[in-house]
Design a protein around this ligand. Sequence first.
Ligand code: NAD
Ligand code: KPL
Length: 303
Amino acid sequence: MSWHVLGAGSLGSLWAARLARAGVPVQLILRSSERLAAYRAASGLTLIEDGQASVYPIAAQLPTAATPIRRLLVACKAYDAEEAVAQVAHRLQPGAELVLLQNGLGAQQAIAARWPQTRCLFVSSTEGAYREADWRVVFAGRGQNWLGDPQGGAEPDWLQHLDDAGIPHCWSPDITARLWRKLALNCAINPLTVLHDCRNGELGNHHAEVDALCAELVQLLQANGLNEAATGLREQVWQVVDATAANYSSMHQDVRQHRRTEVGYLLGHACASADRLGLALPRLHDLHRRLRQHLAARGLPQD
Ligand code: NAD
Ligand code: KPL
């Protein structure tokens, strides 16, 4: 059975190239005939690993193609994911599997609720990739992919494809908690690096601010019934800050390159969840307000 990959950006290309070279059938779904023509002119996807470039002439099609979809890897940004799935929804077979690669939370739940006849699996990835140019992706950081079924279903047998393709993966029995923990880490680190215009390591100069955010994020996780995900959050935040001290966070890079951020699915999701639970988290709300102001001042979307 073919994998359809929706979103031939950084992570979508990284997954597609590795699956294709392992002999797993893959089809890319590109958003327009212009993009399809440009892709065909480039003769395929180029993946650069350890400085070595290889071209993968993976088949590509439009959302309007006639073939049915049974397994769809959704590799768009969180803010594009639902609309992108809507464009191929008429092709989804009953019981089709959607593998959702989005960071943060909110997009995955919206997709699962809108297409209840599908099985949605969520992924939390710490692999790193970026687009050097159209159809050229650099594999920038080895990591892990945690996959899980938020409904508690069993591991799919196609995890074997990921083994064959050398895509690191681990089945997570509580993927939603894992995504919440990553969201909390991102909320404690990323917005402050944007507002202070600093590398992760420089957050050491704002220790009290980070600690206070961690305390509210722990309250939020606990209020969501995620006691385990709340445990040791502050310590892990400082570990990540140390381990990535020289790096700029992904949100900082987005803002610097004038790209839309995924704030609505990180801090926005956290604040909306607190509001729904009637939980007062003034520092998190203040951070969200300051970040949105910062984005608006630069002409970037606030959600
Ligand atoms: P990206 O911007 O590089 O790629 C997204 C792709 O989706 C783009 O090529 C875009 O054109 C395409 N797209 C958007 N709408 C579409 C549509 N309607 N039809 C077809 N294609 C469409 O994004 P990315 O960096 O690969 O990130 C994807 C998700 O993975 C994000 O939620 C991100 O936070 C998460 N993530 C990324 C990395 C990374 O290193 N890049 C690491 C971990 C998690
Ligand atoms: O995931 C990250 C990001 O930059 O998005 C880290 C490195 C954990 C910082 O929050």
